[in-house]
Design a protein around this ligand. Sequence first.
Ligand code: SF4
Length: 394
Amino acid sequence: MDLLSTLTDKGLRGEVPTREEALAVLATTDDELLDVVAAAGKVRRRWFGRRVKLNYLVNLKSGLCPEDCSYCSQRLGSKAEILKYTWLKPDQAAEAAKAGVAGGAKRVCLVASGRGPTDRDIDRVTDTMAAIREADPAVELCVCLGLLSDNQAERLKAAGADAYNHNLNTSEATYGDITTTHTYADRVDTVQKAHGAGLSACSGLIAGMGESDEDLVDVVFALRELGSDSVPVNFLIPFEGTPLAQEWHLSPQRCLRILAMVRFVNPDTEVRIAGGRELHLRTMQPLGLHIANSIFLGDYLTSEGQAGHADLDMIRDAGFEVEGAGEATLPRHRSDVAAASTSGCGSAASACGSGGGCGPCGGHASPDDASSESHSDQVKVRRRGAGTELAPNA
Ligand code: SF4
């Protein structure tokens, strides 16, 4: 049986492919691309139909992070000209969340820059979640505050959080090349703490940082083993003023192959196209919907996405439908497991959702590198919504 038939059959049964099969997806040619998308699309429709889950990011605290994640516009020493502000007040966050829900989002993702929350920060987020739920009791809430200390996940769960986002981002082997202020093991520990407290785990990756195919496969299998309910796939946004500003390796075709590989390894898991969707998939975004079952509506944490109405038009034009508040995201056998500990499932953008590239690690160019030429004029820094006087994009 050929590769795609094997992967389709396994995916329809909810089985995980071998590592070699996953690598082979990344090595397919452009001539095979539509066959790859079609095969991944069959698996996607088996478990998620034609539903697209919409998630909405609210950046509660932007910039000035003491950590040094190379891909991140909010990192220590970042010269990126992003919005910088401290904690939004609960009513300000609720106002932004309301716009996202009104635009069709089922889940609101509350994100704050920083190494990890203090206990006072947990109190702030507790108040923020209460303000959001006052306006919309049914909204799913995912929280992303960095590394968790003991009992903080339990406190968030008790305060009503459904999920916690913390991305692994890249393979264990290359993690030290993109960040030195914390380790891959620290990230795994936080995902496990969240899961252990009954929060739905949302954890994903960033592609385009100069990593090899083996790195991508490693991190995707690690996410599967961790039991992430939701896997956000970020495509690096190379912000000027970050170490990875010159890392432009992704083509739309490469992005689609990566999404397909993630889908085959996670057939029955929410796969979300996260930061960098517009920048790297460009006019091929609708093909991505045939593979992933979830996207962010509107803007990202520090960069602007396409207009919210354009997201909705794209979903409709491609023949998909927005997942309703009353519909389960995960298939029954997965949601039963999740419901044993919590409700809902992961959302997430990378901790900072801004993406970058892996300059210092001297990454290995992908076989289908688009170019290493800078296109920084294409990165649109967010200037509206949370932290500004302007209306959010939703
Ligand atoms: S990814 Fe998170 S922890 Fe790392 S620099 Fe950005 S905001 Fe800080």
